[in-house]
Every structure is written in C-alpha cells, then in structure tokens.
Design a protein around this ligand. Structure first.
Ligand code: GDD
Ligand code: MG
Length: 356
C-alpha cells in the first residue's frame, strides 16, 4: 500500500502559529515532532511506500523533516488546486492496481492500534474496488466537515460541508439512536481515504472529467527534477479546475464505503480544537509549548485559557476563556469559541501586505 500524504494546505486558522512559509503541518506543535512527521511515521508501519504531494516552495521544509534514509517520492505543485487534482496526479504516478491510503498531513490520531485495525479493514474493502472513507462519530454540529450517512459499511449519502441546520439535524438523529444504544447514522468524514489508484481515477473520469483530463495532461508534461522528485508545470496546473475530492468524487460516486472507527482523531483545524486536545491543568488553563520551547505560565484567578508560546513567560490575571498565541513576531488574542474567525486575520494581513 502507498501512503499519499497531502501537505498543500496553509492552515490559516492557526495564525500566527501557522504561516504561509511554515504551515501548521510542519510546526512542532506537540513536542519533538511536527504533525507531518507524526503522519509519516504512523503510516510507515502500514505502507511500503509514500508519495508526498506539496507545494514546490515547501519541498525543503518537508524533505528536511524526513529521515535521510527516506525513499518518499515528491510530487511538487506550483500552486494548489485543492485535493481532487492533488490526489489525481498522485494516483496517475502509480500503477492502477496499487492500493493507496490518502491522508492529510495535519491530523492527530491518538489510538494507533485502533487506527491500524481500521486501515486494514479499509484495505480489504479497497481490494474489492470500493472508495473507502473513515467515519468518526461527531460530537458537535461542525459545518466545516463532510458527513457520511452510513448503514454499517454502506454509504447512503456523502454530504460535504452542510449548512448548520442540516448538521444540527444529523446530530439530532444520532442522539435519538444513541438513546437506544444504537450506533450513529451520520459520521464525520475524517478526510482520509483508501482505494485502488485506478478505481479512483475511473470515478474521477466519470464524475469530474475536466479534472481528470487536465490532470492527465499535466502529469504527462511533468518535469523530473531528480530521482523521486517530480514537478508539475505552472501553466498545466493552472489549467486544472480547483475542487476537493469530496465534491468532485465522494458526493457523486456510488462505490463509496465507510469504516466507522474510534481512533482518537482530531483535525486540529482551529485553536479551539487544539485546546480540546490538551490536558488542562488547574482551573482549566492549558499551555502548549511549541518548537520544543518551555514557556512558563502563571495564572492568578484565571480560568479556561489556552496559552501557546515557545519561550516567553506569560502571566494571566483575572482572565477567563481566552486564547493567547505568542510567537516571536506576532501575538494573537482571541475569545475561546471564536477561533474559526482567525482566518479573517490572515485575509486582512494579506490585504495589508500582499507580498506575504
Ligand atoms: N497537495 C495539496 N494540494 N494538498 C492540499 C491542497 C492542495 O491544493 N489543498 C488541501 N490540501 C491538504 C491539506 O493540507 C490537508 O492536509 C488536506 O489536504 C485536506 O484539506 P483541507 O483544506 O484541510 O480540507 P477540509 O478541512 O476543508 O475538508 C476535508 O477534511 C475534513 C476533515 O478534516 C474534507 O475531506 C472533509 O470532508 C473532512 O471532514
Ligand atoms: Mg482541514
């Protein structure tokens, strides 16, 4: 099995921890290893090869974080066109019969053995020509995720990023089932997939032929930079319509299966989800030391705060429910529960400093 690692995202909701030049997957948020390194290690146990799809500007960042002996293949994109083209290009580099495990590079998975079990189940279904998703039981009505309406391993419907009303309806239906001790019917799509490269490409060709054709042309015209390193040309990448795998294929295909699993998954998309992953100390205050630093936090009559810092000493007095993210050149202070809005900060900064 080949592990396709998608690293093209910029993680704008984690500013200033995540930057254009150092996206969150490469930041050492939890201890000694970045999320990208943790992803690569987690899947190395399950996959015999890996294919990293990232922006050409991030090649050194990514390759520096791999062990010297790594035989990972790099596919470099001059610009991002979202996940459907990234996965299509990667699959076109492989044999059609090869089974791939597509993973994000910035997720946390805390239960390794449950994860390995789930991947093995998925691999068996992929062998039978299915597009396999991994379903997580939702615990709140998140509108930034995809939802899988499941009946066991069968997928009745895949709905990407529903409106709040719909997400709430899904949660309601799940709660009714939970009251009867029955498993959830609506699951979050974890953003990981398992399928034969050729089966995915057939479905892409069927449902999003323009992405298929332009990706095939782009791959055909790729530049071999060196052994195990390929680059797509800028004009070829521009010609590919941007879309995610979820809209381009998963919502439309009738070959989708799901492996419901409890793997300690978190997509760490925002500071609120980061807070949920920390072990809060006394009075609900949490501190995350990134980049292997060791900041000290002093709290006086303060509760439910998250402080992220590398070095500096930080003190809170009479503060409740704040997110404080301290880096060497930027400081973010936000209310807890508002961290989805941090994306607006990066948009505002881009307007002020378009060169960044
Ligand atoms: N190479 C490459 N090129 N990678 C990309 C690109 C691109 O253009 N765009 C995004 N990625 C990478 C991101 O770095 C991330 O690891 C992964 O692909 C998913 O992209 P996101 O942009 O984070 O997707 P999302 O969060 O909106 O939604 C997806 O993930 C959710 C779970 O986290 C969907 O699959 C949802 O259905 C799912 O619930
Ligand atoms: Mg995401």
């Amino acid at each position: 099995m080949n592990n396709i690692i998608l690293c093209g995202g910029s993680g704008t909701r984690l500013w200033p921890l995540s930057r254009t030049m150092l996206p969150k997957q490469f930041v050492k948020i939890f201890g000694e290893k970045s999320l990208f390194q943790m992803t690569e290690e987690r899947n190395r146990r399950l996959c015999s090869s890996s294919l990293i799809v990232c922006n050409a500007e991030q090649f050194f960042l990514a390759s520096d974080q791999l062990e010297e002996s790594s035989k990972a293949v790099f596919l470099l994109e001059p610009i991002g066109r979202n996940t459907a083209p990234a996965i299509a290009l990667a699959c076109m580099l492989l044999e059609p019969e090869e089974i791939v495990l597509v993973t994000a590079s910035d997720h946390l998975i805390k239960k390794q053995s449950a994860y390995e079990e789930a991947v093995k189940t998925a691999e068996n279904l992929a062998r039978q020509d299915y597009l396999v998703t991994f379903g997580i039981t939702p615990d709140y009505p998140e509108t930034g995720y995809g939802y899988i309406e499941a009946d066991g391993a069968d997928v009745l419907r895949f709905k990407e990023k529903p409106a709040m009303e719909k997400a709430e309806r899904y949660m309601h239906a799940n709660a009714k089932l939970a009251a009867k001790n029955l498993p959830a019917k609506y699951l979050w799509n974890s953003g990981m997939f398992c399928f034969k490269a050729g089966v995915f490409l057939d479905e892409l060709k069927k449902y999003s032929p323009a992405i298929f054709e332009t990706s095939a042309a782009a791959l055909n015209n790729k530049v071999t930079v060196q052994e195990r390193q390929y680059r797509i040309k800028h004009e070829d990448m521009l010609a590919i319509p941007a879309d995610s795998i979820d809209y381009a294929v998963m919502e439309k295909s009738d070959r989708v299966k799901v492996v419901p699993c409890d793997i300690g998954w978190s997509d760490l998309g925002s500071f609120d989800s980061l807070y949920a992953e920390t072990e809060a100390g006394e009075n609900g205050n949490s501190v995350i030391a990134y980049s292997e630093g060791s900041p000290e936090l002093v709290c006086v009559d303060s509760t439910d705060n998250l402080v992220i810092s590398s070095e500096r000493q930080i003190a809170l007095v009479d503060i409740e429910g704040l997110l404080v993210v301290d880096t060497s050149d930027a400081l973010l202070i936000s209310k807890k529960g508002s961290s989805q809005k941090v994306k607006a900060v990066t948009e505002a900064i881009k307007k002020l400093k378009p060169e960044l």
